[in-house]
Write a protein that binds this ligand. Structure first.
Ligand code: NAD
Length: 413
């Protein structure tokens, strides 16, 4: 089953449960616009290489489209459309005045020099300039793109429009209009969602055990902030391997270790034992945080999962078949479109600060983010009780309710 088909399964369950108008359901099932571009880059060896890129505006019902740009060899139009669809739902669940978008370029960044990467980035913006903008579609970083690349994009777009355009893109460096608190934002949101889940399950936070798959931006900040709350992190993995310690792993010390370790990997960390990386998902813990990538919890390993709560930091880590197994086992799953919405929430704060050229303290960003996440969690949890559906379906109901009202008042159905 392809990613688009997979992503439609919980959506269709939500449509059925809430008896959504068929007109509204038909509008939301497909993206508004997808642009394919071909970007010629003069390489360092003097030859021209042409790269393929995409930008998809899945929805602009609630506001400008919003979503990252991914640089990866596996990028394709279906993936970009699915990721854009998830952004529409994520922004609606979080209550942000945004639709959903996503972009990507098919490229292996490790094969490019810094000059080639910059030329490709500027070329991509030149090609999609007509369909993006502060009030149209606001890009951000995703896999293999970062604050430096956002800076080049902002500079190129500003040259095209002839004016300073910080509000057209988020995830920038502070020096060019970035927001304080953005780096930790997704992890902070994941932990906020986990704390709310522990509360509804009547479980204690202090001493609650956790396992974290992935130790990149989302995984490392989730581990650190969960640790700060008094949780005990007993296992952590990355793409190279995994480590475990029943007495707990200090993620700050681990981050110091990975700053200089081979491949920045957790493997070889002295204060823990090596374990098979698949076993991280199967630990008997209070909370499991999948924070690596999509399709990690599948029908093959779902039966072996012993966590009480799964809080999804990654996008799409659980397949629909696995979801049904977890549901039957009574595992409380906080879905990606709710749990990892902290990143786009702080991106929204960055955009707001850019629009009125007035910047907030880190404390202000953090408090506003936590307030919005707690409110979104409560809304979704109340819907699970009202409709007697799992949290994932309830999150789609929350998103669809907002979208349906906006579509109605715009006269779309
Ligand atoms: N960065 C954000 O703000 C943000 C926001 C929302 C959602 N997400 C999603 O969260 C996930 C992680 O994003 P990130 O920004 O932390 O990426 P990242 O590249 O910084 O980190 C990914 C981590 O996952 C590990 N990993 C990859 N494959 C693995 C495997 N098979 N087993 C164990 N570990 C594996 C990598 O080694 C790395 O430690 C992605 O699904 C992304 O779309 C990220």
């Amino acid at each position: 089953m392809g990613l688009i088909e997979q992503s439609m399964i919980p959506l269709n369950k939500a449509i059925k449960a809430m008896k959504l108008d068929p007109g509204a359901a038909a509008i939301i099932a497909v993206p508004e616009k997808t642009t394919e571009v071909h970007i010629p880059v003069k390489m360092d060896n003097g030859k021209v290489q042409v790269f393929t890129g995409y930008r998809c505006q899945h929805s602009t019902i609630m506001g400008p489209a919003k979503g990252g740009v991914r640089y990866h060899t596996a990028v394709n139009m279906d993936e970009v459309k699915t990721l854009a669809f998830w952004m529409t739902c994520k922004c609606a669940v979080a209550g942000l005045p945004y639709g959903g978008g996503k972009g990507g370029i098919i490229v292996d960044v490790t094969k490019l020099s810094e000059r080639e990467l910059e030329a490709l980035t500027r070329g991509y913006i030149d090609k999609i300039a007509g369909v993006i903008g502060e009030k149209k579609d606001i890009p951000a970083p995703d896999m293999n793109t970062n604050a430096k690349i956002m800076g080049w994009m902002m500079d190129e777009y500003s040259k095209i429009t002839g004016q300073y355009e910080p509000g057209f893109i988020t995830g920038k460096d502070i020096s060019v209009g970035g927001s304080l608190g953005r780096t930790a934002a997704t992890g902070r949101g994941v932990v906020t969602a986990a704390l709310e889940a522990l509360k509804v399950k009547g479980m204690k936070v202090k001493g609650a055990t956790a396992a974290v798959q992935g130790f990149g931006n989302v995984g490392s900040w989730t581990a650190k902030l969960a640790f700060d709350e008094g949780m005990k992190i007993v296992a952590i993995s990355d793409v190279y391997g995994a480590i475990a310690n029943k007495k707990g792993i200090d993620p700050y010390k681990l981050a110091e270790y990975t700053a200089t370790s081979k491949g920045h990997s957790v493997v070889g960390y002295p204060d823990a034992d090596p374990i098979d990386k698949e076993l991280v998902l199967e630990q008997k813990v209070d909370v499991l945080f999948p924070c690596a990538m999509e399709n990690q919890i599948t029908k093959d390993n779902a039966k072996k999962i012993k966590a009480t709560i799964i809080c999804e930091g990654a996008n799409g880590p659980t397949t629909p078949e696995a979801d049904e197994i977890l549901d039957k086992k009574g595992i409380f799953v906080v879905p990606d479109i709710l749990a990892n919405g902290g990143g786009v929430t702080v991106s929204y704060f960055e955009w707001v600060q850019n629009l009125y050229r007035f910047f907030w303290s880190e404390e202000e960003v953090k408090n506003r983010q936590i307030d919005m996440m707690v409110k979104a969690f409560k809304e979704v949890y109340d819907l699970t009780l009202e409709y007697k559906v799992p949290m994932r379906v309830a999150a789609y109901i929350a998103a669809l309710k907002r979208l349906a009202v906006a579509m109605k008042f715009r006269g779309m159905y």
